[in-house]
Design a protein around this ligand. Structure first.
Ligand code: PLP
Length: 456
């Protein structure tokens, strides 16, 4: 139990009257209370009804990597705020410099960090950098940006132009030109026959580059493990071939680590599991575990140097993010990184991730509704189907009931977003990197009960 504020009913009414919640059909709140979370501690959160949950989704959207209630992060932020809360990012700050240095020490081959506030914004920066490189170094060539079916990169018009989940982008166009989709690489939903699926899926990217014209393509933007699109770990052989193709056609490789970054997959960054050498890496959610808003666009010296054409008055990156100058973000991020390092959370993530996958495989053996389980570190998905042979997706309402029944057993899990018709059927798990064996078992036990209750 947690102690609720005395005015909690007034808070609920204020919320109902005035707050517009993210990703919510508010019609639902005409017959039920809004969900209000009042406290977090370690792996657990409490709602306005005083109910306790084991949070298996790190704040709902893969964010609170080091868990709730970290007073050392709060202290670091407080100390920094009283010293200097803000100055525009055209100047430096002590926490920004220290965090950038520490971050780069975890990312061999990369050199520069550009600070912003959200994952969408960090990705937009990459797209703008690529467009500027195109204008100033290729006479307008190499401006096209490739993105992958099922991947998601944000909510702004630019990032929605690069959205591989059609319902997310529906009704928000027209979008900027020059964004081109490449096929997904989910072998469970294979688009091609035969062996060596990873290589085949990557070859499909080459086909798109050749169709568009290699001189027109500047960037390939990919999630290392697709998150909301279904927790998709690319098959063996995929990444080697992707890198070969990028090199061959001089296409810069952008890895969107907004979800996977900062330990989620058992390495500092998801791409480090696969031997990828990216030109751009973007990150947000786990960078400060939600203790402050911060996002980073990280790139190589080779890219950075392209923005020093001093003879051209427009030859530098003419971009600003007002709150990219907030010092709370890097102060929180520095402490967040120290915690991951000193508490051995990468090692824990690998060990607990293996346990989670083992438990999910056991669940799959008992529940025929689970068609596939996938994951990397403490980032896992269980795809639900009505029939393992036809792989027909389990309907959205039943998936939602499983999530609700799991919550009724005290564990919050997620389901892939409602943006892919017929494909919003993957249960998502991303507990904080501090999870113990008991936590992992409690998560899958609750799922077991919910699956039995709903699916028999
Ligand atoms: N990239 C990926 C892979 C994401 O999953 C998200 C958000 O879920 C974003 C980018 C956008 O991040 P933000 O919501 O911070 O703008």
């Amino acid at each position: 139990m947690t102690t609720l504020p005395n005015d909690i009913s007034a808070v609920i009414e204020a919320d109902r009257a005035h707050v517009w919640h993210h990703l919510l059909q508010h019609k639902a709140l005409e017959t039920s209370d809004p969900r209000i979370i009042v406290k977090g501690d370690g792996m657990r959160v409490w709602d306005a009804g005083g109910r306790e949950y084991l949070d298996a989704v790190s704040g709902g959207v893969w964010t609170v990597n080091v868990g709730y209630g970290r007073t050392s992060i709060a202290d670091a932020v407080r100390d920094q705020l009283v010293e200097l809360n803000y100055f525009a990012g055209s100047a430096g700050s002590i926490p920004a410099a220290k965090f950038a240095q520490k971050l780069i020490s975890k990312m061999p081959g990369l050199a520069r960090v550009y600070f912003a506030n959200s994952g969408s914004e960090a990705n937009e920066k990459v797209f703008k950098m690529v467009r500027q490189i195109s204008a100033q170094h290729y006479g307008g060539g190499k401006s096209k940006i490739l993105f992958r079916e099922r991947d998601y990169h944000g909510t702004t018009l630019g990032t929605l132009a690069a959205c591989g989940q059609p319902q997310r982008a529906a009704h928000y166009g027209p979008f900027p030109d020059g964004f081109v989709e490449v096929p997904h690489c989910l072998e469970y939903r294979a688009q091609w026959e035969g062996q060596d699926y990873g290589r085949r899926a990557a070859d499909a990217i080459e086909e798109v580059i050749l169709r568009e014209g290699p001189d027109t393509v500047g960037l390939l933007c990919l999630e290392p493990v697709t998150a909301g699109g279904g927790v998709i770990v690319p098959p063996a052989g995929y990444w080697d071939r992707v890198q070969e193709i990028c090199k061959k056609y001089n296409v810069l490789l952008h890895i969107d680590e907004v979800v996977c970054g900062m330990g989620r997959t058992g390495e500092w960054f998801g791409y480090q599991n696969f031997g990828i050498k990216p030109d751009f890496v973007t990150m947000a959610k786990g960078v400060a575990s939600g203790y402050a808003a911060i996002a980073c666009t990280v790139t190589t010296n080779a890219v950075f140097e392209k923005f020093k054409t001093a003879e051209d008055p427009l030859g530098y990156f003419r971009d600003i993010s007002t709150f990219g100058g907030c010092t709370a973000g890097p102060a929180a991020a520095l402490e967040n990184l120290r915690i991951i390092e000193e508490e051995g959370l990468l090692e824990n993530t690998r060990a607990m991730g293996a346990r989670l996958m083992g438990n999910l495989r056991d669940l799959m053996a008992r529940h025929s509704v689970i068609g596939d389980v996938r994951g990397c570190g403490l980032f896992a998905g269980a795809e639900l189907v009505t029939d393992r042979t036809t792989k027909a997706p389990l309907d959205e309402a039943t998936c939602a009931r499983i999530v609700a029944e799991t919550a009724a057993r005290g564990v919050m899990i997620g389901v892939t977003n409602r943006s892919l018709p017929g494909f919003n059927n993957t249960l998502c798990l991303s507990p904080a990197l501090i999870a113990t064996c008991a936590d992992i078992d409690a998560i899958t036990d609750a799922m077991d009960g919910a699956l039995s209750e709903v699916c028999g």
